[in-house]
Design a protein around this ligand. Structure first.
Ligand code: MG
Length: 299
């Protein structure tokens, strides 16, 4: 049985018919936040309910990178290659310095606590962009049940100055986010559909060189399921988690095809020698599929 569903014929060139959707490891509860460390030859990802960040190393397998992890969720790397993490339990974004110590990047706005930072990207200018929905404080499953103090937004923080700005405030529950290859566009997934049927979309914003976002509009409606984590390949195609696997969406917003995954996908990232491998966190397991495409990977 094919692991791919081709909708636009061009998608046939993106996938390899003899490349499996391979389960690399399983036995977790709700995995999220994959981030590739080519220099260390490993992938890090979060097992959120078990309060740990795991490391997958080829030919070695799984080991614990950090536990407890403060219920960490999404991760990325900054321009110097340092790990930047969203933490539900401490309601903050942190950076792991090269000596292993943690630096708090953001934990409040206007004197109020953040909700539960979910996913994060770093722009080429070094600014850190993250989403702050309330999923991590709704129950005790992925953090600590608590009161919401701020709306669910996308923030940008300049680590050089500490300046923090609201970049998106017209979404219900912003979740995964990604820039187009030239950073002229910001894509943000909304998982508000958990509460209303309408909000399962990915929105796109024009992003000026100075960083200002404008002209927010619908980019694509995921069906079935929800878009959670999203990534962009070097051609500008958006790869998104969805209810039946990973969907590939062209820059004009049309669905090109799917990689079918047997568990509910939370997030994805490109990795491997040529960033041609798509690592997929899906409920209890980590999967990988090799593509005939390469991801935008910063740095
Ligand atoms: Mg997420």
């Amino acid at each position: 049985m094919s692991h791919h569903e081709i909708i636009d014929p061009a998608f046939a060139q993106f996938v390899l018919s003899n490349a499996p959707v391979k389960q690399l490891a399983t036995g977790f509860d709700w995995v999220e936040g994959p981030v590739w460390f080519g220099d260390a030859g490993c992938l890090l990802f979060s097992d959120i309910p078990n309060d740990r960040i795991l490391r997958w190393t080829p030919d070695v397998g799984i080991s614990v990178y950090r536990a407890p992890s403060n219920y960490a969720n999404g991760h990325t790397r900054d321009r110097e290659g340092r790990l930047v993490s969203c933490e539900h339990g401490t309601r903050r974004v942190t950076r792991t310095e090269l000596d292993g110590t943690l630096t708090v990047i953001a934990d409040t706005f206007d004197g109020k606590r953040l909700n539960s930072p979910n996913d994060v990207v770093v722009k080429s200018d070094g600014t850190i962009w993250f989403t702050d929905p309330h999923y991590g404080i709704m129950t005790n499953y992925e953090g600590f049940a608590s009161e919401q103090e701020l709306p669910c937004r996308v923030y940008r923080i300049d680590p050089a100055t500490g300046t923090m700005d609201v970049m998106v405030d017209d979404m219900k529950c912003p979740n995964g986010l990604a820039f187009s290859p030239d950073e002229s566009r910001l894509y943000v997934a909304d998982t508000g559909r958990m509460f209303t049927e309408d909000d399962q979309h990915i929105r796109v914003y024009d992003c000026a060189s100075g960083g200002a976002t404008s002209n927010g509009r619908l980019f694509h409606k995921i069906e079935p399921g929800l878009a959670d984590g999203i990534r962009v390949d070097t051609d500008g195609n958006l790869w998104s988690s969805a209810g039946d696997g990973v969907h590939c969406i062209a820059p004009d917003g049309h669905l090109m095809g799917k990689v079918l995954v047997p568990e509910l996908v939370s997030n994805i990232c490109f990795g491997g020698r040529a960033k041609h491998e798509l690592y997929i966190t899906a409920t209890t397991s980590l999967y990988r599929v090799t593509l005939n495409r390469s991801g935008v990977q910063r740095p």
